[in-house]
Ligand binder design. Structure first.
Ligand code: PBG
Length: 327
C-alpha cells in the first residue's frame, strides 16, 4: 500500500497565519542612531564614504535627533571630531569637549532624547590609537583607562544618559564604574563594546571620525577574527566589571558571536551594524543591484534572531520609517 505524500507544514500556513506566528520583529525603539558631531564646521557636511550620513556642527546636532525622534527612534550614540588633537586625547576629556557641548545642545532642544556617548581616545589622539602610546609604539593600558574614565565622567556631567566605551583597554569598565560611582552617578549605565573585532568593516567610519591610526593597526587591543572562543573572555570580564549592556561588533558577519553572547549573559545584548556594512548596502543600492529596504530589514531581523536586543545602525531613522508598514 502506498502512503499518501504529505505536503510540508509550511504549505498549510497561509499569509494570515504566517503573520500570526512570526517569531521575530524589529521595532524603532530597539534602534540606536550614531551621529558625528564636529567642532570645526558651521554647516552639515556629508560624509563621502557614508552616503546620507553627515558631520553635524554642534549648533545643529539637535536637528537629526528631532527628525529621528519623530520617526520613533529614541536613542543616539555620539561621536566627536575635535578641532585639535594631541598624544593623550585631552581635547576629548574636559567639560568643553565637542561631545559635552553636543550633549548640552541636544538636552536643551530635545530633553527626552536618550543620549549615549562613545568613549574612546582615537578621535582625539594625534596618532589615532585608542589609548596612550609609549615610545616603542605600544599601547599603555592603565594610564589610558584613567583618561577614558575621565572622559566618561565629563560626558555624564554634561548630561549623557549612558556611556559606551569602545577602546578595548583591559579594566576600563571597572575604571569607569568606579569614577561614576565616586561622583554620585551610580545610576548611569555602561554599554560595553565587549567583543570588538579588529575589522576592516570599520573603514568608512575611520574616514568619518578621522580616526585611522597613523602607524600600525588595532590588532593589539581588538580581537582577531580568526577566533571565537576569545569572545567569552571579553564578555565575562566586562560583565564581571559591571557592564550593564554587552555589545558585539561588527553585526552581520559576527552573528555566531552575538548568539553566544545572548545565550550566556543575562543582560541586554547590543550589536553594531557598522559603517562598512552600511556603505556596502548603500553602494549596491545606488547601482540598482539590490533592494535597499528589503536588505536592511532582513539584516536587522537577522541580528534580532541571533539575540540582539538593541541594534546600533546608521539606517535607524530610515528603517523606523520603513517599519511603519508590516514586514
Ligand atoms: C572607536 C570606534 C570605532 C567604531 C566605533 N567606535 C572604530 C575603530 O575601532 O576603529 C567603528 C564604527 C563603525 O565602523 O561604524 N574606537
Amino acid at each position: 500500500m502506498l502512503f499518501p505524500v504529505r505536503r510540508p507544514r509550511r504549505l498549510r500556513i497561509d499569509s494570515r497565519l504566517r503573520n500570526m506566528v512570526k517569531e521575530f520583529t524589529v521595532e524603532p525603539r530597539q534602534l540606536i542612531y550614531p551621529l558625528f558631531v564636529s567642532e570645526s564646521i558651521k554647516k552639515p557636511d556629508e560624509i563621502k564614504s557614508m552616503p546620507g550620513q553627515m558631520h553635524w556642527p554642534v549648533s545643529q546636532i539637535d536637528k537629526p535627533v528631532k527628525d529621528a525622534m519623530k520617526k520613533g527612534v529614541t536613542a543616539f550614540l555620539l561621536f566627536g571630531i575635535p578641532s585639535k588633537k594631541d598624544p593623550h586625547g585631552d581635547s576629548g576629556c574636559g567639560e568643553n569637549s565637542v561631545v559635552c557641548k553636543a550633549i548640552k545642545q541636544i538636552k536643551k532642544k530635545c530633553p527626552e532624547a536618550y543620549i549615549i556617548t562613545d568613549v574612546c581616545l582615537c578621535e582625539y589622539t594625534s596618532h589615532g590609537h585608542c589609548g596612550f602610546i609609549d615610545k616603542n609604539g605600544n599601547v599603555e593600558n592603565d594610564v589610558s583607562c584613567a583618561q577614558l574614565a575621565k572622559m566618561a565622567l565629563s560626558h555624564v556631567k554634561a548630561g549623557a544618559d549612558m556611556v559606551a566605551p569602545s577602546d578595548m583597554m583591559d579594566g576600563r569598565i571597572s575604571a569607569i564604574r568606579e569614577i561614576l560611582d565616586d561622583n554620585g552617578f551610580e545610576n548611569i549605565p555602561i554599554m560595553s563594546y565587549s567583543v570588538k573585532y579588529a575589522s576592516s568593516f570599520y573603514g568608512p567610519f575611520r574616514e568619518a571620525a578621522d580616526s585611522a591610526p597613523g602607524k600600525g593597526d588595532r590588532k593589539g587591543y581588538q580581537m582577531d577574527f580568526c577566533n571565537s572562543r576569545d569572545a567569552m573572555i571579553e564578555l565575562e570580564s566586562d560583565f564581571e566589571e559591571g557592564a550593564d549592556i554587552l555589545m558585539v561588533k561588527p553585526g552581520l558577519p559576527y552573528l555566531d558571536i552575538l548568539k553566544t553572547a545572548s545565550e550566556n549573559y543575562p543582560c541586554p545584548i547590543a550589536t553594531y551594524h557598522v559603517s562598512g556594512e552600511y556603505s556596502m548596502i548603500k553602494a549596491a543600492a545606488q547601482k540598482g543591484w539590490i533592494d535597499e529596504k528589503k536588505i536592511v530589514l532582513e539584516s536587522l531581523i537577522a541580528m534580532r534572531r541571533a539575540g540582539a536586543d538593541l541594534i546600533i545602525t546608521y539606517f535607524a531613522p530610515q528603517a523606523a520609517e520603513w517599519l511603519k508598514e508590516a514586514l
